[in-house]
Design a binder for this molecule. Structure first.
Ligand code: ZN
Length: 296
């Protein structure tokens, strides 16, 4: 079974946990680490002969176009991770559209590729921001991987369809590829998508989850991580015990865990695992925002 490996490309100061203590007005003053982190990530994937989908932040694409071109040159797939890493449910539809188009243009300018797949900052397409899917379709996206079908304090849609499916909206259809989860009991859904869960929990938690998904449900897993998670020397900017634990624990062992994951399971890009569009959709110049219905 081929699984999807995805990488969210952002600076160590972009995660929502960090933005609580370091705001966007300070970003320009902080030392950048993303280029080295991405190069290390590319080495890790090359050693394992794995291709992945890289969701690039527009803010990073604008400042580090060489980094985006290095990802492309290594044969990986380019997706969009918004421009300014803002939680979508805190944006208006108009602000979300502006952020999305700014990101698309930054990525196009950096590498010449128009992204067709989107990943929201902190999986922030939730029950209250499902309207964002319509905006994504109107901005030319055919695929989205922004929904985590779990309960969490900052993201998630509990009870949402757990496997890749098409969502029909008034603006058209979009392919949704949720982060990997397993059903641990008739009523409990557990996250196994990677990121902090892979970093903080024992390796066997994630590996058992992917195995269960592949064998019992015969479905691929969509796994994610961030280049900053393999950089234990980064400045510690998060404040508060929970934020520091979630952000910095387990970084020393993260590269080893990723190596193990890539040797125990087969991975490729979202386009290879779930299919890619023949062409990116044209922009729809409409401002209408209607009701979204999820097909399950
Ligand atoms: Zn992110």
């Amino acid at each position: 079974m081929l699984n999807a490996l995805t990488v969210d490309v952002e600076e160590y100061f972009h995660p929502a946990e960090i933005q609580a203590s370091v705001g966007p007005e300070q970003w320009e003053t902080l030392p950048s680490r993303v280029e080295n982190q991405v190069l290390q990530t590319l080495d890790l994937l090359a050693q394992n002969r794995v291709q992945a989908t890289f969701f690039v932040l527009g803010w990073v694409a604008e400042r580090h176009p060489r980094c985006v071109r290095a990802i492309m040159a290594a044969g990986h797939e380019i997706g969009c991770h918004s421009y300014a890493h803002q939680l979508i449910y805190r944006l208006t539809p108009a602000a979300f559209r502006r952020d999305t188009m700014r990101a698309v243009h930054a990525i196009e300018d950096a590498c010449g590729v128009s992204p067709w797949i989107y990943r929201a900052p902190s999986y922030s397409i939730t029950g209250e921001s499902l309207w964002a899917l319509e905006t994504l379709i109107e901005c030319g996206f055919t695929h989205d991987s922004s929904i985590y079908p779990i309960s969490h304090d900052r993201y998630g849609i509990p009870g949402f369809e757990r496997h890749a499916h098409v969502i029909h909206t008034p603006s058209g259809p979009i392919h949704e590829i949720p982060a990997a989860t397993v059903r641990s009991s008739p009523s409990a859904i557990m996250p196994v998508g990677g990121g902090a869960y892979l970093r903080l929990l024992p390796y066997r938690y994630t590996s058992a989850g992917i195995r269960k998904l592949n064998r019992d449900e015969e479905k691929p897993a969509c796994i994610y991580f961030h280049p900053w998670e393999i950089d234990p020397d980064q400045p510690r900017l998060a404040s508060g015990t929970i934020a520091r634990l979630r952000t910095y624990s387990g970084m020393k062992g993260m590269a080893r865990k990723l190596n193990r994951l890539m040797s125990d399971f087969r991975f490729s890009t979202i386009g290879t695992v779930y299919g890619r569009p023949e062409a990116r959709k044209p922009l729809i110049q409409t401002e209408t925002v209607g009701q979204v219905t999820a097909a399950s």
